[in-house]
Unconditional design. Structure first.
Ligand code: SIN
Length: 515
């Protein structure tokens, strides 16, 4: 069966490759790829919405329709929860080794099909193919990582203070897990959650982002082929109109034990409130406002390299993208000049399917409108436009890579998460001032600092109120490390040794008396 699929996928690959020559994007994939689905996936079956409603998925680069999926509602979601609950009764009894083997197969299948999976990401999300390929490696990495993590879940035998009692702790799966995942990493943010849950013995009902359901459905196909039993991984697709009621049901259902969400802090807070009545465990990976601090002693080449990858990955649309560049006065002018130079040299705006593109569209026109508002606000408050500063003529969802200097803390680009290709640079004098500016926000996901002074590296990293700190490094995401934030950036951690899988486990204290 797997061989047959690989052959089919290989043929698809050749067709797709043939369509991306001479920098010309393809629209052929929606016909050719067997990984593109037009049904949701519940209890091992490809199904339509009970209402029969569907909605179109569009390519943000072109506005072209690249697929159509069910627009499901509350009744469909309730059904998926019931099926996941039923499947849980059996799945929780499987061994960690059995689950691990299936996740390893999923890893292998994802790697075998990485080109198709990457193209699906580019079609629905817009990110350049090279980045989409990187995302598949990252996403598949979570299948592999949690296949290994699941086998090392351990309880303890505790030294008892009572002569007649023995004390044990057991780790058990938490139950049915609801997941709401974002559009910026339509593959990896699913595997980061779902593979941890499956490794722990939980079942899943997942609502992917409205803009990017195709990657989620492709993962269903991969998981099915990997032998993950029916009812364990269920995906309910819906458009914006149904999203709030579907999300509310996932939070309020007494059959669901945990809600895991990646997205904005504002939506995270709503989901947490809705989860309060059932005292659901909340695993939240929320918005950031990352400071990127460069001290006078920094290696300028390293700092500019880090700035480019941290700021412009995914066209500035990651939760850990540098949001506020804080540059010490002695190196400020040089940093701005060098960053402008690197932007001129390395950034190419275009369709993600076109060779050489490094900056795709934003996820939709509304996102580009928001970025435009932020830049206008900064200009009106005294920021200087060093590069860009306007919408791109490539399409309505595009915005020019932008560099603003003379940025101050009262501007929207400093106060809010930009989620676009805009680097706003501010100047500071002292280390204390930099730390105060960096921590002066309710967000606490990721921060960056560049300095050649070893003592300063430790001192500032410790002082930063952030869950992740890159020291002389702009790219840190990997399954091996815990991902998550302080303050309003979230609750819990994903990935890492112990952390990610713990989210999906309950601890049971067992006291054995009469000994
Ligand atoms: C995110 O933007 O939420 C995730 C980014 C990452 O995993 O690097």
């Amino acid at each position: 069966m797997l061989t047959k699929l690989s052959t089919l996928y290989k043929t698809t690959s050749i067709l797709l490759k043939a369509n991306i020559v001479a920098g010309r994007p393809t629209n052929f994939i929606r016909m050719a790829s067997s990984l593109i689905k037009d049904k949701a996936f519940v209890n091992g079956e490809w199904i339509s919405a009970k209402s029969g409603a569907t909605y179109n998925v569009t390519n943000p680069a072109t506005g072209e329709v690249v697929g159509s999926v069910p627009d499901m509602g509350v009744a469909d979601t309730e059904d998926a929860i019931q099926k996941a609950y039923k499947a849980y009764q059996t799945f929780k009894k499987t061994t960690a080794k059995e689950r691990s083997e299936k996740l390893k197969k999923a890893y292998k299948l994802m790697m075998e099909n990485k080109e198709e999976l990457a193209r699906i990401i580019t079609l629905e999300n817009g990110k350049p193919l090279a980045e989409a390929n990187g995302e598949i490696m990252y996403g598949a990495g979570f299948c592999e990582w949690f296949a290994e993590e699941g086998r090392r879940v351990q309880g303890h035998v505790v030294a008892s203070p009572f002569p007649t009692k023995k004390i044990f702790t057991l780790k058990q799966p938490i139950g049915v897990c609801a997941m709401i995942t974002p559009w910026n990493f339509p593959n990896a943010m699913i595997t980061r959650k779902a593979c941890a849950a499956i490794a722990a013995g939980c079942t899943v009902v997942l609502k992917p982002a409205e803009d990017t359901p195709l990657s989620a459905l492709a993962i269903c196909e991969i998981f099915e082929q990997a032998g993950i039993p029916k009812g364990v991984f269920n995906v309910v697709t819906c458009d914006r109109g149904n999203a709030p009621s579907v999300g509310k049901l996932l939070c309020e259902s007494p059959l669901v034990s945990l809600i895991s969400f990646t997205g904005s802090s504002a939506v995270g807070k709503i989901l947490m409130k809705q989860s309060a009545d059932t005292v659901k465990k909340c695993s939240m990976e929320l918005g950031g406002n990352a400071p990127f601090i460069v001290f006078d002693s920094a290696d300028l080449d390293l700092a500019v390299k880090g700035a480019m990858s941290s700021k412009f990955r995914c066209t500035g649309q990651t939760c850990v993208c540098a949001n506020r560049f804080l540059i010490q006065e002695g190196i400020y002018e040089k940093f701005v000049a060098r960053l402008a130079e690197a932007m001129d040299k390395e950034l190419k705006v275009g369709n993600g399917l076109t060779q050489g593109t490094t900056q795709g569209p934003l996820i939709n026109k509304r996102a580009a409108d928001k970025v435009a508002t932020f830049v206008e606000d900064a200009k009106s408050k005294g920021a200087n436009v060093v590069r860009g500063g306007q919408r791109s003529d490539v399409g309505e969802s595009f915005y020019e890579p932008t560099l603003l200097s003379n940025v101050t803390s009262g501007m929207l680009v400093s106060k809010e998460e930009i989620f676009g290709p805009v680097a706003g640079v501010a100047k500071f004098k002292s280390e204390e001032e930099a730390i105060a500016l960096a921590n002066g926000t309710s967000a606490g996901l990721a921060g960056y600092l560049y300095t050649g002074d070893c003592a300063q590296q430790w001192r500032v990293a410790e002082a930063l109120e952030y869950g992740i700190v890159g020291v002389n490094e702009g790219l840190f995401s990997t399954p091996e490390a815990p991902f998550g934030g302080f303050k309003e950036s979230g609750l819990g951690r994903e990935g890492g040794i112990g952390f990610g899988i713990e989210e999906y486990l309950e601890v049971k204290y067992m006291c054995l008396g009469g000994m």
